[in-house]
Design a protein around this ligand. Structure first.
Ligand code: FDA
Length: 304
């Protein structure tokens, strides 16, 4: 119930405009994001780098009002990629197709992502958003794979369609980040029960690891904080004889920090996704929905 209310709040424009004005709401986000500016994200990436953790950076923001805004986002990411290059930090970039104009047409979005992939030294990741964007996002990914080899895409295990999507993508030798999925979706589209989402996650992770063990070049990225998913992926990788550096675990900034350190200590490759920017409200509501216990943290900011 609380999860549904928080996901509803994440799509409410009035709340998105009003709530961020309150200082306590802003302070509460600091647990999950280092700040609103590009420099804050780079600073956090440098800091994490000292403990052996690599990063992925993403600017928060979702649907746009005009296509011109997509070009501003493109400029921002070009600046970010240049700053990463100058700084020398091991950071990649992940982008949301809607931020790069998907509501105004797929071809412009494809070109903007292609521009960024060409400027990136490493993989340029494409986030997966709500289910209505999956077809267009996968089509963009497929068409880009014919042109550049440094794009990767996120797949969500809560969607009933994802395993079939994965089978169709595998011949492209793709880099794929598997997540459970963060949006509110109808039961017709997504598994309703957590146990089903988890089982689907394990099947997808296993398929990715097997493709890698069979000589695939794509990077399998297991993106979760769930200790059971992490343990199962680790077990499968050992069973398949995969060396630790051939797959990665990815977690969100500020979440399960002890687990991040534990994985690094055990020799795993760990990448932390750092979100930054001023348009953090919907994203923050989705983080609260994942673990409503985080609301206690917000409550402490109100009283303290
Ligand atoms: P689950 O939600 O089952 O949580 C398992 C355990 O992890 C919890 O019991 C708790 O201990 C801990 N935990 C999880 N979330 C927490 C939180 N917010 N605060 C505190 N503890 C928490 N989604 C999407 O739809 N598109 C995308 O492109 C991406 N990209 C992405 C990249 C990376 C690197 C990560 C880690 C995640 C995403 N996601 C995403 C988000 C993803 O879909 C999912 O919502 C979250 O990762 C939470 O799911 P878990 O797999 O952690 O499991």
């Amino acid at each position: 119930m609380l999860r549904k209310a928080l996901l509803w709040a994440s799509t409410n424009p009035l709340l998105a405009e009003r709530l961020p004005r309150y200082g306590f709401v802003k302070r509460a986000t600091r647990r999950f994001m280092p700040g609103e500016e590009l420099e804050d994200a780079l600073g956090a990436a440098t800091q994490l780098g000292t403990s052996g953790i690599t990063t992925t950076l993403t600017q928060l923001g979702e649907n746009l009002r005009s296509e011109a805004e997509a070009d501003e986002v493109l400029d921002h990411y070009r600046r970010l990629l240049a700053a990463i290059g100058e700084n020398g930090v091991d950071a990649e970039v992940s982008v949301k197709p809607t931020q790069l104009g998907l509501d105004f047409g797929a071809s412009g979005t494809r070109e903007r992502i292609a521009t960024l992939a060409r400027s990136a030294r490493s993989t340029l990741w494409i986030d997966m958003e709500s289910s209505k964007y999956v077809d267009a996002t996968l089509e963009i990914f497929r068409s880009l794979r014919g042109e550049v080899d440094n794009v990767g895409v996120c797949l969500q295990s809560y969607l009933r369609r994802t395993e079939a999507d994965l089978e169709r993508l595998l011949p492209l030798d793709p880099s794929i980040r598997v997540v459970k999925g963060a949006y509110q979706e109808p039961d017709s589209v997504a598994f309703a029960r957590k146990s089903e989402v988890d089982r689907s996650f394990v099947r997808i992770a296993s398929r990715l690891l097997r493709a890698r063990a069979q000589g695939g070049k794509g990077r399998p990225v297991i993106a979760t904080h769930d200790p059971r998913m992490i343990a199962e992926a680790g077990r499968l990788a050992v069973e398949l004889g995969l060396a630790k550096g051939t797959y990665e675990f990815a977690l969100l900034f500020g979440i399960a920090r002890a687990e991040q350190q534990r994985l690094v200590r055990n020799g795993h490759r760990v990448r932390v996704l750092i979100s930054y920017g001023s348009a953090w409200f919907p994203w923050y509501m989705r983080r609260l929905a994942e673990r409503p216990a985080n609301l206690w943290f917000v409550a402490k900011q109100i009283v303290g």
